[in-house]
Design a protein around this ligand. Structure first.
Ligand code: MLT
Length: 327
């Protein structure tokens, strides 16, 4: 900055001080004045991408600025999350993370380049996403009991698609595999959007995926669903039994997707973003779309940044004894 620039900047700071505002408060007061980038750590068309697009579409109206979705894939979502952790903490780069990127990845990757609690500000929970056990439509087993017997008998031949080590699909199928005592072959993709395409095409055998990605395919008859891993059936799939009903009560799994900002993002910016999330989650069109896809809309008490912070802490504690480190 030249002498003139320095003078201008010091004059600006003096004006702010005269108004009783710090520069971060001033930033927050006008925020947002330009486009916001929302990093999605998986391929377009998958559950995180779909949820992010539904909610940020409404948030953009509230905030009066475009929210540009940028899909940054790789390493089970941790490549994008590392990038988001290092982004400027000014509210213009955010990430839609989930149970994998912001919880299970911690015990899974001992050398993880970020920590969900130390490097991020929680902004708000978007949706809970029950996990389903899915298979290509011509996999022989008719129901979950037959599927369990089939996977046990064909352990070295069957394969399970997932979205990379540490993704929800990977971690939840690892949980399923440990309940069943099997180690099938894992087939990684850049997200369960492309993994679902492979399942529909019959190129992979089965997958544990978030419901949002599966409802249209199950209803269209292009894949089969053996069970939903939650205590209750999901209203979007009334004919799909719970794992308890289908004979495997030990397998329970529900993921979540949420928005995070880099650590140090001004509290007033976080508050504006959170208010926009809350408004989106109260909008009838947004709610209808999320519910049609089987996701669970967070209760009002679960929509605050503090509630998301508590969820992240408890989810890291939950997954730490369950997942084994990969390096
Ligand atoms: C995605 O959007 O592709 C998923 O959230 C991936 C996953 O974690 O399974």
């Amino acid at each position: 900055m030249n002498r003139y620039g320095r003078l201008l900047a010091s004059g600006f700071v003096a004006v702010l001080a005269g108004l009783g505002l710090s520069s971060s408060q001033a930033l927050a007061q006008n925020y947002p004045t330009r486009n916001i980038t929302m990093i999605v750590p998986f391929a377009a068309g998958g559950p995180t991408d779909v949820i992010a697009r539904i909610v940020t579409g409404h948030m953009a109206q509230t905030l009066g600025q475009t929210i540009i979705i940028e899909n940054v894939v790789g390493a089970g979502g941790t490549t994008a999350t590392t990038r988001a952790a290092k982004a400027a903490n000014d509210g213009y780069t955010l990430i839609t993370g989930h149970m994998g990127t912001h919880a299970a990845s911690v015990p899974l990757y001992p050398k993880l380049a970020y920590h969900p609690e130390k490097d991020f500000e929680p902004v708000g929970l978007l949706a809970g996403t029950p996990i389903l056990i899915l298979a290509r439509k011509d996999l022989p087993p008719k129901d979950l009991k037959e599927f369990i017997a089939y996977v046990k008998a064909n352990e070295t031949k069957v394969n399970a698609a997932h979205a990379g080590i540490g993704s929800v699909s990977n971690v939840s199928c690892e949980l399923l595999n440990s309940v069943l005592g099997v180690k099938p072959i894992g087939v990684p993709f850049n997200g369960t959007g492309p993994a679902m395409n492979a399942l529909v095409a019959g190129q992979v055998d089965y997958m544990c995926d978030q419901i949002v990605n599966a409802v249209p395919q199950i209803n269209g008859g292009t894949i089969k669903a053996y069970a939903v891993a939650t205590p209750e059936r999901n209203p979007s799939l009334p004919n799909v039994p719970t794992t308890a009903e289908a004979g495997l009560p030990a397998f329970q799994a529900q993921a979540w997707n949420a928005i995070f900002a880099p650590k140090g993002t001004p509290p007033d910016v976080i508050a504006k973003l959170n208010a926009a999330i809350v408004k989106a989650l109260e909008d009838e069109t947004v709610r209808k779309r999320l519910i049609e896809l089987g996701s669970v809309i967070p209760a009002p008490a679960d929509r605050t940044p503090a509630a998301l912070g508590t969820l992240v802490k408890s989810e890291i504690a939950k997954w730490t004894p369950v997942v084994k480190p990969v390096n």
